[in-house]
Design a protein around this ligand. Sequence first.
Ligand code: FPP
Length: 247
Amino acid sequence: MTHHASHAARSTKRVPDALDPDRIPRHIAIIMDGNGRWAKTRGLPRVAGHKMGVDSVREAVRTCGELGVQVLTLYAFSTENWLRPEAEVNELMRLLAWALKREVSELNKNHVRLAVSGRFEKLPKNVQAELTRSMEKLKNNEGLLLNLALNYGARQEIIDAVNAGIRAGVHEFTEEILARHLYTAGIPDPDLVIRTSGEMRVSNFLLWQIAYSELYVTPTLWPDFRAPNLIEAIAEYQGRHRRFGGL
Ligand code: FPP
């Protein structure tokens, strides 16, 4: 991202008193877990949890934009999620296409840019089309980069990166060369990884990129995770002392 772009984002930011405006994470990555449990405790079908989860997504995007976060990566569909019942997979895909269609104007107003990390060409054609249309519409924006991890698996990403590198004629990899072939090429590594619903797992999410990220796990279920929860996570992040292996 250019200096100009981050400056533009900063000029619009509204930072609550609980946060230090000079130490807002550049990149926040979220494992959005607990939609199914949220629905179950209410006697609702699992998809009702995913639907409410879309409201949390909207709130996270808006809040990150306001705070001047540069990148928000959301784990929306993992390569393992194909193992779920076909009806749930279809409903998740339908929800994604519907949310994009409905939100793209609002995203545009908020200067959001869109990217996808994952095996894009294996997604349903209508979802690919909606994503392509949205990315095209938002491509000149200079605010928050919303990076959707879709049909994403970190091991697959690393394999894809190695194979892409080999095809491009790489004979010997360095960290920089490998990173350049990841889906996230050009995106800074996450400063903060948030996982909702209490599970202490990384679940094949951004394995390469989170080498030095701060981890924040909250028992709050994703549909209940709203702006104040995100601000609390960032406040805790700001209280940590990052050493990157040094002293
Ligand atoms: C995890 O809850 C959540 C998912 C697998 C999907 C997340 C998708 C959305 C919030 C909607 C679409 C996204 C966008 C970007 C508009 P779970 O089903 O694993 O819950 P459980 O662990 O309680 O069963």
